[in-house]
Design a protein around this ligand. Structure first.
Ligand code: ZN
Length: 358
Protein backbone atom coordinates (compact mmCIF):
# COMPACT_ATOMS: atom_id res chain seq x y z
CA UNK A 1 0.00 0.00 0.00
CA UNK A 2 2.96 2.35 0.72
CA UNK A 3 6.31 2.68 -1.05
CA UNK A 4 8.47 1.18 1.71
CA UNK A 5 11.84 2.24 0.26
CA UNK A 6 10.74 5.83 -0.38
CA UNK A 7 9.27 5.97 3.12
CA UNK A 8 12.49 4.79 4.78
CA UNK A 9 14.53 7.18 2.65
CA UNK A 10 12.30 10.10 3.68
CA UNK A 11 12.41 9.45 7.43
CA UNK A 12 15.26 10.99 9.43
CA UNK A 13 15.89 8.07 11.80
CA UNK A 14 17.92 9.96 14.46
CA UNK A 15 15.17 12.60 14.66
CA UNK A 16 12.53 9.86 14.94
CA UNK A 17 14.56 8.14 17.67
CA UNK A 18 14.90 11.43 19.58
CA UNK A 19 11.16 11.82 19.36
CA UNK A 20 10.11 8.30 20.31
CA UNK A 21 12.91 7.17 22.63
CA UNK A 22 13.76 10.52 24.17
CA UNK A 23 16.74 12.78 23.46
CA UNK A 24 19.97 10.94 22.68
CA UNK A 25 23.03 11.00 24.91
CA UNK A 26 26.67 10.67 23.95
CA UNK A 27 28.42 12.80 21.37
CA UNK A 28 26.91 14.24 18.19
CA UNK A 29 29.06 11.83 16.18
CA UNK A 30 28.09 8.79 18.26
CA UNK A 31 24.62 9.45 19.66
CA UNK A 32 23.01 6.69 21.75
CA UNK A 33 19.41 6.03 22.73
CA UNK A 34 17.63 3.81 25.19
CA UNK A 35 16.26 0.52 23.82
CA UNK A 36 12.55 0.46 22.87
CA UNK A 37 12.28 -3.27 23.59
CA UNK A 38 10.09 -3.55 26.73
CA UNK A 39 11.76 -6.80 27.84
CA UNK A 40 15.16 -5.14 27.86
CA UNK A 41 15.78 -3.81 31.41
CA UNK A 42 18.08 -0.77 31.37
CA UNK A 43 19.69 1.45 33.97
CA UNK A 44 19.64 4.46 31.65
CA UNK A 45 23.32 5.28 32.31
CA UNK A 46 24.73 3.90 29.06
CA UNK A 47 21.93 3.70 26.50
CA UNK A 48 22.54 0.77 24.15
CA UNK A 49 21.00 1.85 20.80
CA UNK A 50 23.01 3.37 17.96
CA UNK A 51 22.14 4.23 14.37
CA UNK A 52 24.17 3.32 11.29
CA UNK A 53 23.78 3.19 7.52
CA UNK A 54 23.34 -0.27 6.02
CA UNK A 55 24.94 -1.65 2.88
CA UNK A 56 21.72 -0.79 1.04
CA UNK A 57 22.15 2.82 2.10
CA UNK A 58 19.28 2.64 4.60
CA UNK A 59 19.45 4.13 8.09
CA UNK A 60 19.09 1.41 10.72
CA UNK A 61 19.14 1.18 14.49
CA UNK A 62 20.56 -1.55 16.64
CA UNK A 63 20.52 -2.34 20.35
CA UNK A 64 23.93 -3.59 21.45
CA UNK A 65 22.39 -5.07 24.59
CA UNK A 66 19.62 -7.31 23.27
CA UNK A 67 20.15 -7.34 19.52
CA UNK A 68 16.85 -5.63 18.63
CA UNK A 69 17.05 -3.39 15.60
CA UNK A 70 15.98 -2.63 12.06
CA UNK A 71 14.62 0.24 10.01
CA UNK A 72 12.42 3.16 11.03
CA UNK A 73 9.45 0.85 10.41
CA UNK A 74 10.77 -1.65 12.96
CA UNK A 75 11.40 1.14 15.46
CA UNK A 76 7.76 2.26 15.28
CA UNK A 77 6.54 -1.35 15.48
CA UNK A 78 8.65 -2.12 18.57
CA UNK A 79 8.13 1.19 20.34
CA UNK A 80 4.42 1.49 19.65
CA UNK A 81 3.79 -2.27 19.90
CA UNK A 82 1.87 -2.03 16.68
CA UNK A 83 1.74 -3.96 13.42
CA UNK A 84 3.35 -3.27 10.06
CA UNK A 85 0.29 -1.57 8.61
CA UNK A 86 -0.02 0.91 11.49
CA UNK A 87 3.70 1.60 11.45
CA UNK A 88 3.61 2.36 7.71
CA UNK A 89 0.61 4.64 8.19
CA UNK A 90 2.33 6.44 11.05
CA UNK A 91 5.48 7.09 9.03
CA UNK A 92 3.52 8.02 5.92
CA UNK A 93 1.62 10.63 7.94
CA UNK A 94 4.92 11.90 9.28
CA UNK A 95 6.52 12.44 5.89
CA UNK A 96 3.33 13.26 3.98
CA UNK A 97 3.40 10.22 1.72
CA UNK A 98 0.15 8.99 0.29
CA UNK A 99 -0.41 5.35 -0.53
CA UNK A 100 0.23 4.31 -4.12
CA UNK A 101 0.83 7.85 -5.28
CA UNK A 102 2.75 7.64 -8.57
CA UNK A 103 5.75 9.93 -8.85
CA UNK A 104 5.74 10.54 -5.11
CA UNK A 105 8.43 12.68 -3.59
CA UNK A 106 8.82 13.69 0.06
CA UNK A 107 7.19 16.90 1.16
CA UNK A 108 7.05 18.49 4.59
CA UNK A 109 4.02 17.99 6.82
CA UNK A 110 1.65 20.92 6.93
CA UNK A 111 2.39 22.80 10.13
CA UNK A 112 0.44 26.08 10.02
CA UNK A 113 -1.80 25.05 12.92
CA UNK A 114 -0.65 22.98 15.89
CA UNK A 115 -3.78 20.90 15.50
CA UNK A 116 -2.90 20.15 11.89
CA UNK A 117 -0.38 17.74 13.37
CA UNK A 118 -3.29 15.55 14.35
CA UNK A 119 -4.96 13.37 11.77
CA UNK A 120 -2.87 14.44 8.83
CA UNK A 121 -4.24 12.75 5.70
CA UNK A 122 -3.18 9.17 5.42
CA UNK A 123 -4.11 9.02 1.81
CA UNK A 124 -7.75 9.05 0.85
CA UNK A 125 -8.22 7.17 -2.45
CA UNK A 126 -10.83 9.58 -3.77
CA UNK A 127 -10.02 12.94 -2.19
CA UNK A 128 -12.13 14.95 -4.63
CA UNK A 129 -15.06 12.56 -4.27
CA UNK A 130 -14.98 12.64 -0.47
CA UNK A 131 -14.69 16.45 -0.42
CA UNK A 132 -17.65 16.75 -2.79
CA UNK A 133 -19.72 14.31 -0.70
CA UNK A 134 -18.98 16.16 2.57
CA UNK A 135 -19.74 19.52 0.92
CA UNK A 136 -23.08 18.32 -0.50
CA UNK A 137 -24.09 16.75 2.82
CA UNK A 138 -23.16 19.92 4.74
CA UNK A 139 -25.39 21.88 2.38
CA UNK A 140 -28.29 19.41 2.72
CA UNK A 141 -28.27 19.53 6.52
CA UNK A 142 -29.68 23.05 6.27
CA UNK A 143 -32.12 22.26 3.43
CA UNK A 144 -35.75 21.23 4.08
CA UNK A 145 -34.90 17.60 3.23
CA UNK A 146 -32.26 17.50 5.96
CA UNK A 147 -34.48 19.01 8.63
CA UNK A 148 -35.08 15.81 10.59
CA UNK A 149 -31.33 15.26 10.96
CA UNK A 150 -30.69 18.91 11.86
CA UNK A 151 -33.41 18.68 14.50
CA UNK A 152 -31.79 15.57 15.99
CA UNK A 153 -28.49 17.45 16.27
CA UNK A 154 -29.91 20.68 17.66
CA UNK A 155 -32.94 19.56 19.70
CA UNK A 156 -31.87 16.12 20.95
CA UNK A 157 -28.10 16.63 21.14
CA UNK A 158 -28.18 20.37 21.92
CA UNK A 159 -25.52 21.30 19.33
CA UNK A 160 -25.72 24.88 17.97
CA UNK A 161 -25.95 25.25 14.15
CA UNK A 162 -22.87 27.54 13.85
CA UNK A 163 -20.65 24.80 15.39
CA UNK A 164 -22.16 22.24 12.98
CA UNK A 165 -21.45 24.58 10.06
CA UNK A 166 -17.89 25.36 11.18
CA UNK A 167 -17.09 21.64 11.25
CA UNK A 168 -19.02 20.85 8.03
CA UNK A 169 -21.37 18.39 9.72
CA UNK A 170 -23.84 17.14 7.14
CA UNK A 171 -26.93 15.12 6.26
CA UNK A 172 -26.76 11.98 4.12
CA UNK A 173 -30.29 11.39 2.87
CA UNK A 174 -29.57 7.83 1.76
CA UNK A 175 -28.19 6.18 -1.39
CA UNK A 176 -31.38 6.90 -3.38
CA UNK A 177 -30.95 10.65 -2.95
CA UNK A 178 -27.27 11.17 -2.35
CA UNK A 179 -24.22 10.23 -4.44
CA UNK A 180 -21.23 9.00 -2.51
CA UNK A 181 -17.66 7.94 -3.20
CA UNK A 182 -17.00 4.24 -3.50
CA UNK A 183 -16.40 2.83 -0.01
CA UNK A 184 -18.73 5.22 1.86
CA UNK A 185 -21.52 3.32 3.69
CA UNK A 186 -24.83 3.31 1.81
CA UNK A 187 -26.94 4.68 4.64
CA UNK A 188 -28.80 7.76 5.79
CA UNK A 189 -27.67 9.74 8.81
CA UNK A 190 -25.60 12.60 10.16
CA UNK A 191 -22.25 12.95 8.38
CA UNK A 192 -19.30 13.70 10.68
CA UNK A 193 -16.24 14.53 8.58
CA UNK A 194 -12.60 14.63 9.69
CA UNK A 195 -11.06 17.76 8.21
CA UNK A 196 -7.37 18.46 7.71
CA UNK A 197 -6.33 21.75 6.15
CA UNK A 198 -9.87 22.27 4.90
CA UNK A 199 -10.11 18.86 3.22
CA UNK A 200 -12.17 15.87 4.29
CA UNK A 201 -9.86 12.91 4.92
CA UNK A 202 -12.52 10.68 6.50
CA UNK A 203 -16.23 10.77 7.31
CA UNK A 204 -18.44 8.74 9.63
CA UNK A 205 -22.19 8.40 9.40
CA UNK A 206 -24.01 8.63 12.76
CA UNK A 207 -27.39 6.92 12.54
CA UNK A 208 -29.68 8.90 14.91
CA UNK A 209 -32.01 6.11 15.97
CA UNK A 210 -30.48 2.74 14.98
CA UNK A 211 -32.19 -0.56 15.65
CA UNK A 212 -30.85 -2.06 18.89
CA UNK A 213 -28.80 -4.67 17.01
CA UNK A 214 -27.26 -2.12 14.63
CA UNK A 215 -24.23 0.16 15.14
CA UNK A 216 -24.67 3.90 15.70
CA UNK A 217 -21.52 4.78 13.77
CA UNK A 218 -20.84 3.59 10.22
CA UNK A 219 -17.30 3.93 8.91
CA UNK A 220 -15.96 4.11 5.36
CA UNK A 221 -13.99 1.16 4.03
CA UNK A 222 -10.23 1.49 4.61
CA UNK A 223 -9.81 1.34 0.82
CA UNK A 224 -11.52 4.75 0.55
CA UNK A 225 -9.97 6.36 3.61
CA UNK A 226 -8.07 4.77 6.51
CA UNK A 227 -9.31 5.68 9.99
CA UNK A 228 -7.22 8.69 11.10
CA UNK A 229 -7.98 7.74 14.77
CA UNK A 230 -8.22 11.40 15.77
CA UNK A 231 -10.60 14.07 14.56
CA UNK A 232 -10.08 17.68 15.49
CA UNK A 233 -13.13 19.81 16.02
CA UNK A 234 -13.07 23.56 16.31
CA UNK A 235 -15.30 26.09 18.03
CA UNK A 236 -16.79 29.03 16.16
CA UNK A 237 -14.82 31.30 18.45
CA UNK A 238 -12.02 29.87 20.55
CA UNK A 239 -12.40 31.09 24.12
CA UNK A 240 -9.96 28.88 25.98
CA UNK A 241 -6.51 27.44 25.46
CA UNK A 242 -7.08 23.89 26.72
CA UNK A 243 -7.86 21.09 24.28
CA UNK A 244 -10.61 18.63 25.23
CA UNK A 245 -10.05 14.98 24.25
CA UNK A 246 -13.31 13.07 23.83
CA UNK A 247 -14.69 9.69 22.86
CA UNK A 248 -16.25 10.34 19.47
CA UNK A 249 -17.21 13.35 17.39
CA UNK A 250 -20.53 14.23 19.06
CA UNK A 251 -18.76 14.78 22.39
CA UNK A 252 -16.05 16.82 20.63
CA UNK A 253 -18.72 19.01 19.00
CA UNK A 254 -20.25 19.42 22.47
CA UNK A 255 -16.94 20.73 23.82
CA UNK A 256 -16.63 23.05 20.81
CA UNK A 257 -20.10 24.39 21.62
CA UNK A 258 -18.57 25.86 24.80
CA UNK A 259 -15.70 27.52 22.91
CA UNK A 260 -13.07 24.80 23.30
CA UNK A 261 -10.98 23.12 20.66
CA UNK A 262 -11.49 19.37 20.88
CA UNK A 263 -9.97 16.18 19.52
CA UNK A 264 -12.17 13.10 19.20
CA UNK A 265 -10.64 9.64 19.53
CA UNK A 266 -12.56 7.74 16.88
CA UNK A 267 -12.68 4.17 18.09
CA UNK A 268 -13.27 2.38 21.36
CA UNK A 269 -10.19 0.22 20.69
CA UNK A 270 -8.01 3.34 20.99
CA UNK A 271 -6.26 5.15 22.62
CA UNK A 272 -3.00 3.41 21.85
CA UNK A 273 0.57 4.64 21.80
CA UNK A 274 0.27 6.20 18.35
CA UNK A 275 -2.74 8.24 19.49
CA UNK A 276 -0.87 9.32 22.62
CA UNK A 277 2.16 10.22 20.56
CA UNK A 278 0.17 12.47 18.23
CA UNK A 279 -1.69 14.11 21.11
CA UNK A 280 1.59 14.73 22.96
CA UNK A 281 2.70 17.01 20.11
CA UNK A 282 -0.09 19.49 20.79
CA UNK A 283 1.30 22.48 22.68
CA UNK A 284 -1.73 23.35 24.82
CA UNK A 285 -3.05 21.81 28.07
CA UNK A 286 -4.85 18.52 27.41
CA UNK A 287 -8.05 17.63 29.24
CA UNK A 288 -9.45 14.12 28.86
CA UNK A 289 -13.25 13.98 28.91
CA UNK A 290 -14.08 10.33 28.30
CA UNK A 291 -17.33 8.62 29.30
CA UNK A 292 -17.91 8.40 33.05
CA UNK A 293 -18.32 4.60 32.99
CA UNK A 294 -15.89 1.75 33.63
CA UNK A 295 -14.77 1.50 30.00
CA UNK A 296 -14.32 5.26 29.74
CA UNK A 297 -12.38 5.45 33.00
CA UNK A 298 -10.14 2.57 31.91
CA UNK A 299 -9.46 4.25 28.55
CA UNK A 300 -8.76 7.59 30.28
CA UNK A 301 -6.36 5.89 32.68
CA UNK A 302 -4.56 4.22 29.80
CA UNK A 303 -4.26 7.45 27.82
CA UNK A 304 -3.09 9.37 30.91
CA UNK A 305 -0.31 6.82 31.49
CA UNK A 306 0.71 6.92 27.82
CA UNK A 307 0.81 10.74 27.83
CA UNK A 308 2.70 10.77 31.15
CA UNK A 309 5.42 8.78 29.38
CA UNK A 310 5.69 11.71 26.94
CA UNK A 311 6.00 14.18 29.86
CA UNK A 312 2.52 15.45 29.00
CA UNK A 313 0.30 15.25 32.06
CA UNK A 314 -3.32 15.55 31.00
CA UNK A 315 -6.10 16.58 33.35
CA UNK A 316 -9.19 14.40 33.65
CA UNK A 317 -12.59 16.05 33.55
CA UNK A 318 -15.32 15.12 36.01
CA UNK A 319 -18.72 15.39 34.32
CA UNK A 320 -22.20 15.84 35.76
CA UNK A 321 -23.54 13.12 33.43
CA UNK A 322 -22.44 9.97 31.59
CA UNK A 323 -20.70 11.76 28.74
CA UNK A 324 -19.89 15.25 27.47
CA UNK A 325 -22.97 15.50 25.27
CA UNK A 326 -25.31 14.32 28.02
CA UNK A 327 -23.77 16.93 30.33
CA UNK A 328 -24.41 19.60 27.69
CA UNK A 329 -28.03 18.52 27.26
CA UNK A 330 -28.65 18.71 31.01
CA UNK A 331 -26.81 21.96 31.61
CA UNK A 332 -28.54 25.32 31.96
CA UNK A 333 -25.33 27.22 31.12
CA UNK A 334 -23.00 24.87 29.27
CA UNK A 335 -20.30 27.41 28.37
CA UNK A 336 -19.91 28.42 32.02
CA UNK A 337 -20.20 24.87 33.34
CA UNK A 338 -17.56 23.40 31.04
CA UNK A 339 -15.20 26.29 31.73
CA UNK A 340 -15.51 25.75 35.50
CA UNK A 341 -15.08 22.01 35.20
CA UNK A 342 -11.99 22.41 33.02
CA UNK A 343 -10.52 24.89 35.53
CA UNK A 344 -11.24 22.42 38.32
CA UNK A 345 -9.59 19.59 36.38
CA UNK A 346 -6.54 21.75 35.69
CA UNK A 347 -6.32 22.42 39.41
CA UNK A 348 -7.08 26.12 39.28
CA UNK A 349 -8.42 26.83 42.72
CA UNK A 350 -11.53 28.89 43.06
CA UNK A 351 -13.05 27.14 40.08
CA UNK A 352 -13.68 23.94 42.03
CA UNK A 353 -15.21 25.96 44.90
CA UNK A 354 -17.43 27.84 42.49
CA UNK A 355 -18.70 24.52 41.19
CA UNK A 356 -19.47 23.24 44.68
CA UNK A 357 -21.29 26.44 45.54
CA UNK A 358 -23.00 26.83 42.18
ZN1 ZN B 1 17.70 -3.76 23.73
Amino acid sequence: MYDRDALIAAVDLPALADELLGPHTGTARAPMWRCPEPQHAQTGRTPPVSIFTSGRGEQRWRCHGCGAGGTAIDLVMVFCRTDLRDALEFLARRVGQEPQAPGWSPRPRPRHSPLAAVGVPVGCRDQAGLDRYVEECAHRLFSPAGQHLLRWLTDERGLPPPVLEANRVGADLGPGRQDRPDGMPRASGVVLPVLVDGHAVYAQIRVPHPRPDRPRYLNPRAGLAPNPRLARVRPVEQKRQAIIITEGAIDALSAASAGFRAVAVLSAAYPDRLVAHELSRLPDPLVIAFDQDDAGRAAAGRLTALLDAHQRHPANLVLSAGDVNEALVRSSNWTKELELRVNAALGQFGASRALEVG
